[in-house]
Design a protein around this ligand. Sequence first.
Ligand code: TRP
Ligand code: ZN
Length: 876
Amino acid sequence: MRVDQPVAIQLADYTAPAFSVSRVELEFDLEPEFTLVTATQYLKRCDGGNDDLVLHGEELGLNSIRVNGRELREDQFTLTDELLTLSDLPDEFTLTIQNTINPAANTRLEGLYRSSTMYCTQCEAEGFRRITYFMDRPDVMTTYKVTIRADKETNPVLLSNGNNIENGELEGGRHYAVWEDPHAKPSYLFALVAGDLAKVEDTFTTKSGQDVTLRIFVEHGNETRCDYAMDSLKRSMRWDETRFDLEYDLNIFNIVAVSDFNMGAMENKSLNIFNDKYILADEKTGTDTDFDLIEGIVAHEYFHNWTGNRVTCRDWFQLSLKEGLTVFRDQEFSGDQRSHAVKRIEDVRMLRARQFPEDAGPLSHPVRPESYIEINNFYTATVYEKGAEVIRMMHTLLGEENFQKGMKLYFERHDGQAVTCDDFVAAMQDASGFDLTHFKLWYSQSGTPNVDVKSADYDQETQRYSLTLRQETKPTAGQASKQSLHIPLRVGLLGEAGEDQKCYLDGVEASEHLLHLKEEEQTFVFGNVVTKPVLSLNRGFTAPIHLKTGQSQAEMAFLMGNDHDSFNRWEAGQQYAAELLTKMVAEYQTGKDFSIDNDFVAAMGHIARNEDLEPAFKACALKLPSEEFVSEQMDLIDVDAIHAAREALRVAVATAHRAVFEEIYDHSTVHGVFEPTAEQAGLRDLRNTALAYMAAADANEAPALLKAHYEAADNMTDAVAGMRLITDYPGEMKKAVFDHFHDIWKDNAIVMDKWLGAQAISSHPDVLSDVKTLMDHPVFNFNNPNRLRALVGSFCIGNMVRFHAADGSGYNFLADIIIRLDKMNPQVSARLAGPLGQWKRFDEGRQIKMKSALQRVADVDGLSRDVFEVVSKSLV
Ligand code: TRP
Ligand code: ZN
């Protein structure tokens, strides 16, 4: 057991800071192992009283503290591992602190650290305190002037936030740069980069005519792989002007790509720092998914300039204020750039795979949490993706015009401030006149609501259709009782020909209505419904809920073929398949043969043959729900049964329509040069989906088919698709494919992550021993988060059936990794631990093994706060 049990921070304990900082000057003398930091802060007491000044600081070497120029004696301050406290201070004073740090020894990748040969920083959420002593909290906003001194030959590039106002030479081969950021910001948005970097440059003219210099800095040799990121940046800047009326506010915008990074990217003011995999791609190395992610993440970080930086969070409980809103904005951007229907399907698929299980498990928390031990653990699917759903529901309730009025009022009221989710909702409510009092419960109540159709009655004579819905949210970790939520549900009533019937609801005639479900049980009566309708509910997934309509398979098949709402058309197929798979799982468990539903197989055939469908959508519709999605529907997850049932259904669809899939495969080839466009990506996805069915139709022929596909591939998307399919068939052909890929790409770490990942997801029973062997391969590096996620993450999250092997080998493997990694990088280690927390969903044998793996981690001495929190909550 650890000696000092970490304590939880509570939202209810929030107090405003006792001092404000009017400006700060930072000086860095960079050396890999011994960097000197001199920080001068101009402080002012916020109101009368005699409060101490409490500064955060971790793993810093303290040299000196001066108040108004006078150095403090050791008895004039108190220093602990995490805090520096100064007492008896005047109301206004200058504080100069000098301290040292060791970037080369920083393996946590928080604060100032080294990645390859460069220096870079990561300060969100609480990394700035690893650079110098400071009130490291988002409601302390100030302007920064930064001087960087470093060896010129190894660090020709010196960057920080804002404008570069001065440069010069120094003795001993050193030089310096001074940067000044005119915008007040919290410390988590501070950034510094130094190194020998190449750059690509472009320009953007804002709608009011301001010229902005755009630069992307990368390691030498990568200059040619930034085009798509740069193009995405320019499109993001334009889109934010047209859709949100938001313009960039400086004449310079820098992005730096680094190869050691804990997360995706960071929105530091005018100096975004990126995980290099979300910048670097070209037509040879990038898959369509890579380009999609680059576009979305570049946009996300850029959009933070307004939603996050100009208006930031009062405290970290409000994280979704910036993250939920910014995810909503990047989703809308990608939808506007590509296809809204396909984007929505992808986002919902992700929400269900990540957020729904999180919300039903031991780490369940509201979009605005009320307590945390380590804030790094709260950069979750709930805060980000469910947070975006909450914003989206407000958008649905208010409509685009009122929503934009709300945004405008939000900025009028709060530009330059650190605020709360309540402030955001208040702006939306005041600008639109729409009462959001009940709706706000979505911020504080955790759990995914269940909505059931209790009854749906049609009366031919009166032409009335009455629909009774019930909602219920099950108790979640730390929240026993639940209230009814305000749930917006878009709905259509289909007629016999599949048309949306025009009908009345509350005196309004329309072919589509928005239901406001607020009570536990509520009946909606539609008038003028000419024929018995087929219900299409929660269109576009207007609410993030579990919905049970109780519809017959015939109705689901009808919706699959006819719904005007593309999302629900896809959804009907998913629900239909999930229902069948649940039945098949029961058959497997009772030792019966699988009964294959021929109507479903036929419905899939209709989709495959339908020439009117957009290829990208058709690819989505042809994919069976994931094993994760199916397990979401079951009380007790039986990974073997789910895997077997899904494979059987896949083979049945494949065998029945083999000729159609072959035809799709032959006719969906992209002609002309590779371009990362939505159209080409859709075609490639459709063709590779057909390929997967062709392989499933004949296991004996599969390896040869897939090898031929791999060899014919002239782009990374197709090559990786071949690799990820042939991985299930160990043998000479698989080996030839993987060896070939290795020989070509072994020097490109980002590309080799695809090679590692493809091996880790093999359904072959021996895959874990392959994964272990790969950990000794030269391309693998335990210290690099991307390599870990590609290999270990893919196995533990992307390979359900083998990670959950009944002998517990997967669990033991993961526990070993968590323990080893925690000593170096607690943030990434804690994030890997998630899957073990799902133990309650499994059979008793697995439960015991998962719990004992967790316990083994919990028993380690000196566990980080990050892992301690995840593991101790998971064991409850
Ligand atoms: N704010 C970042 C984003 O959403 C994510 C982030 C939070 C992050 N903490 C981090 C990135 C730590 C890297 C490391 O865009
Ligand atoms: Zn973000």
